[in-house]
Design a protein around this ligand. Structure first.
Ligand code: NOJ
Ligand code: CA
Length: 678
């Protein structure tokens, strides 16, 4: 061998993978390779139909008290397996979810003195993949103190990105930046990309349990990397081995519709239901003493403006009962709202009502009318204080038969308070490890008392509703309340962006249905009336609020009928069309009947699409009750004629097509009422 050949071989050994394992999805669509490169760095890559999606990307960890886990690794074992099963959601967008993947598990071990190990497990589906690290029990890594997870995502093609900034004061509640991938700063997940060739990719995580939430930062060009949410002073994550990390997830599809339809993959990566019989979890619509506070016509605090009075609540219970809504949320019912409640939350009692709120009498009254109160626990992000009362609070709910609670974690990001086992109280982040622990404690205590929870300012959704079906919804982005406050209001493209970003993570308590189209001081929403109806189908949540005031609904009774009719629990969901931030049309089938419901929303432009009704059962006739933006020169427009709504019925079958014309800022809602089967 000449010296020059030896030199070339040595160089190749330095850069080329020395050992690679490959796993392909069941339909041979997606293929993943994991290898150790010439430096012994674990690296993986992803391709789809033979084309690179993620180029070689590194994996590993920085530790706070031990050398990094990054180089000098060797694959010492590899196993593959396959799984094809299905499971039923107790409630959801689909009744049955198929879980079909091929799995590769590799064990990596350091070749140097410490011989530390971790496994990487890939589950590869035809529409995406998940991978996670698992630390086995081992002599030289008993406690893993993670300073940073070094997972990279080297996106192979140029792409456009929809991303909300991470680590900013207002937590998850930011409008999406729409930029080339190279302009991403630090993004929250879900982070959604559309590549030059049209491929849609969303990065997120599944089963965020006892770990810190993952954000994604740009390194340079298309190279992205994980950035974990900080810990409260110490490591970002502390865990005793053995333990798994959350799954790092990529949903990958040809178009935006496919991306939304890929999102059950996140549920599949979560553990099955741990709660057993959850028939006590009730999807429902609800109303509340709530919008008035955001309009500033009522207050949470006691006094002349107090919203949560016995009289107001009785009226709201009557309104709910008359219109078939199962719940009445009452905010401001409990002591602690007087003074600066935002500041520290220490004044809150989660068991003591204000004197002008007859908790027990009202719940009795509600139950006598087939309604229930929905509890409210605003914690001002003081998890330490909340946990000191949590058992008593949920036990009280159980005693009274209050089966649902909305929680809240208002504070600037980084301002959550946690009590450590040694008694110290520390400040931390809404998506840090301590918050992940706290939220599961709440969900577990609530479950023991047969109560569902719906956190606002929550930790992000990573599909844990599969494991804990009482975790029914959460907020976690800019909901309707942004339209009550000043400016900027949610822009017209907001909901068609949300569907392909935030909504990929799970249900959102968006609180739709403001038919008055007015916020505080009469300021206009950037929406038509028909669009408010469409939101009940487009934005999925098993609990949906009718957020407006009863007196406003009284002014818009024809449109209100759709809010009364629309269910919140589905046996099937299809996305008929969509482009991120432009428009989307979703149809869902009621779980309790043969009826289908359609919601279409657009952006600031007029949008038109023709859809096939082939989702309907062939041979059956349906009455389509259509709520659409009025056409014509003086038709609906969110700027000039937001209340321009046309309500009409048509007989249709699965062989028909419909053209949906959406006004600027508009939308359309349809109820397809099935005739009796022949
Ligand atoms: C913010 C929540 O988003 C809102 O719904 C709630 O009314 C207030 N916090 C008070 O809890
Ligand atoms: Ca747009």
């Amino acid at each position: 061998m000449t010296r020059i050949v030896a030199f070339i071989l040595a160089m190749v050994a330095l850069v080329a993978p020395v050992h690679a394992e490959v796993i392909t999805s069941p339909g041979n669509v997606i293929s993943v390779t994991i290898a150790t490169n010439g430096e012994g760095r674990p690296v993986y890559s992803v391709s789809r139909r033979g084309k690179p999606v993620i180029a070689e990307s590194e994996m590993g960890f920085l530790l706070t008290d031990a050398p990094q886990l990054l180089r000098n690794f060797k694959i010492i074992d590899a196993k593959t397996s396959t799984h094809d099963g299905s499971w039923d959601q107790p409630w959801g967008e689909w009744k049955t979810v198929r879980d079909h993947y091929n799995e590769l598990r590799v064990r990596l071990q350091e070749t140097s003195t410490l011989h530390r190990m971790f496994d990487v497990v890939f589950r590869v589906y035809d529409n995406g993949l998940g991978f996670r690290y698992e630390f086995p029990d081992q002599p030289n890594l008993k406690t893993v103190n993670i300073a940073e997870e070094l997972t990279q995502f080297a996106v192979a093609e140029p792409a456009r990105a929809w991303w909300a900034p991470a680590f900013e004061s207002n937590r998850e509640e930011y409008l999406y930046n729409d930029t080339p991938i190279a302009e991403i700063g630090v993004a929250q997940t879900p982070l959604t990309l559309k590549t030059l060739s049209g491929l849609h990719i969303a990065f997120h995580e599944a089963a965020l349990v006892d770990y810190s939430g993952m954000n994604i930062a740009k390194v340079q060009g298309g190279l992205l990397k994980a950035v974990l949410t900080p810990g409260a002073g110490g490591p970002k994550v502390t865990r005793a081995a053995p333990f798994p990390t959350p799954w790092r997830v990529m949903l990958i599809a040809d178009d935006a519709a496919g991306l939304y339809l890929a999102n059950p993959l996140i549920l599949n990566l979560n553990e099955p239901n741990k709660l057993g019989d959850v028939s006590w979890v009730k999807p429902r619509k609800y109303v509340g003493i709530w919008w008035g506070m955001h309009l500033d016509t009522q207050s949470w605090a006691s006094g002349a403006k107090h919203g949560a009075t016995t009289a107001n609540t009785r009226t709201m219970i009557d309104f709910a009962a008359q219109n078939g809504f199962g719940g009445v949320l009452v905010e401001g019912w409990n002591k602690g709202w007087d003074g600066d409640w935002f500041a520290n939350g220490e004044d809150f009692s989660f068991t003591e009502p204000y004197p002008d709120f007859d908790l027990e009498g009202l719940q009795r009254y509600a139950r006598s009318k087939g309604v229930t109160l929905i509890g409210h626990h605003e914690t001002s992000a003081n998890a330490a204080h909340y946990e000191s009362q949590m058992d008593a609070a949920f036990a009280l709910d159980r005693k009274l038969g209050i089966d649902a609670v909305k929680t809240g974690y208002v504070s600037d990001a980084g301002g959550m308070k946690f009590k450590l086992p040694d008694g110290r109280v520390v400040f931390g982040w809404h998506e840090g490890q301590l918050s992940a622990q706290h939220h599961l404690r709440v969900v577990e205590v609530a479950a023991r008392n047969h109560v569902t929870v719906d956190p606002h300012e929550p930790i992000k959704d990573t599909g844990l509703r599969r494991t804990y079906p009482n975790w029914v919804s959460r907020e976690g982005q800019r909901g309707m309340e942004y339209n009550a406050w000043g400016v900027p209001k949610n822009p017209p493209q907001w909901e068609s962006e949300l569907v392909f970003t935030r909504m990929l993570s799970g249900p959102m308590d968006f609180t739709p249905g403001v038919l008055s189209l007015k916020g505080r001081g009469g300021t206009p929403l950037l929406s038509t009336e028909a669009k408010q109806l469409a939101l009940y189908v487009v934005i999925y949540s098993p609990i949906q609020m009718a957020a407006d005031l009863p007196e406003n609904y009284a002014q818009h009774l024809p449109a209100f009928q759709f809010i009364k009719d629309v269910p919140t629990d589905w046996s099937d969901t299809r996305v008929l069309n969509g482009e991120i931030g432009d428009y989307v049309t979703i149809v869902r089938k009621d779980r309790a009947s043969e009826n289908w419901y359609l919601g279409a929303v657009g952006d600031e432009q007029a949008r038109s699409s023709t859809i096939k009704l082939d989702f309907l059962t062939p041979g059956r006739r349906y009455t389509a009750q259509i709520y659409r933006d009025t056409d014509g020169p003086d038709g609906a427009d969110y700027r000039t004629n937001p209340h321009g709504i046309t309500i009409e019925t048509r007989m249709v079958t699965s062989a028909d097509t419909l053209t949906l014309n959406l006004a600027p800022g508009g939308g359309q809602a349809i109820r397809f009422l099935a005739s009796k089967a022949k």
